[in-house]
Ligand binder design. Structure first.
Ligand SMILES: N[C@@H](CCC(=O)N[C@@H](CS)C(=O)NCC(=O)O)C(=O)O
Length: 265
């Protein structure tokens, strides 16, 4: 399919600013992607198709790892990832390859007359304003939510909250669920971060028998493991219940021949 005229590949932060500033009433879809991520292939097609349907919406594809300043300013922590803006105002964010949810988000935000934002009122759905060079999201409640940000915290009142002790026990159980456990973003078939993808490549290359846990699906485990293992990032590799390190450590161990030794020993 030919690239629609409202679909652009962002080259630099300044280019993004220029595209967004051209029309402050226009809705934009920022699509954070990476070539190696399989789900992005699907979302490349989905976004191209949506762009032909929503020709008044600006679709901007952004190479998440090649443009870290943009990814970090929008707190993008995995690919694919979508940010909907009106001008520079954050409407909603969506993590993962969910065509129906993205389409619903467009319906919810882009079908509103664009003059709404030009009136003296703030857009109803607006969470915050993206200032170049600043954090885009001052709206933690919008993180990880889906179209329309319509999730209601009250709905979760019925669910028993996990105590810190329970969470600690659950993390310990996860860390010992098999001899080799990889805490990562995504899973071995669909890694959602380049670091996770590379560590999977190392383990697969050595035909290691391992299990994975997707920390993007469990914010409690994500934060608790950082504390337990005193390690601020993912991936985290655990061998026989013992925390080993992230990608850089595992790479070094592989080069020194220590990785297989630890797994097999
Ligand atoms: N050099 C690190 C790179 C890992 C990294 O920087 N991970 C980031 C981005 S995927 C991370 O996990 N940030 C914390 C988070 O997302 O919770 C390693 O050796 O593993």
């Amino acid at each position: 399919m030919a690239t629609p005229s409202n679909y652009h590949r962002v080259e630099t932060p300044a280019h993004l600013q220029q595209l967004l500033s051209a029309d402050l009433h226009r809705v934009s879809v920022l699509y954070f992607r990476a070539d190696w991520a399989e789900p992005c292939k699907t979302m490349d097609n989905v976004t191209t198709e949506l762009a032909t349907r929503w020709d008044q919406v600006l679709f901007l594809s952004i190479e998440a790892e090649a443009l870290p300043d943009i990814s970090e300013s929008f707190e993008v922590d995995a690919v694919p990832y979508f940010i909907l803006l009106r001008g520079h105002t954050l409407l909603t964010r969506l993590s993962g390859a969910q065509p129906a949810v993205l389409s619903a988000a467009l319906k919810s935000h882009a079908s509103k007359p664009s003059t709404l934002a030009s009136s003296s009122h703030q857009p109803v759905a607006a969470k915050t304003v993206y200032q170049p060079g600043e954090q885009a999201s001052g709206a933690p409640e919008a993180r990880g939510t889906v179209a329309g940000g319509a999730q209601d915290d009250d709905d979760e009142d019925d669910v028993d909250e996990e105590s810190d002790e329970e969470l600690q026990k659950r993390c310990e159980a996860l860390m010992t669920q098999s001899d080799v456990v990889l805490f990562m973003k995504g899973d071995r078939n669909t890694p959602r971060c380049g670091f996770s993808q590379k560590i999977v490549g190392i383990l697969e290359g050595h035909k290691v028998d391992y299990t994975t846990f997707d920390i993007l699906n469990d914010e409690g485990v994500r934060q608790k493991l950082k504390e337990i293992n005193e390690w601020p990032t993912f991936p985290q590799l655990v061998i026989k219940g013992e925390f080993v390190g992230g990608l850089d450590v595992v790479k070094e161990m592989e080069e020194a021949g220590e990785l297989l030794e630890m797994i097999q020993g």
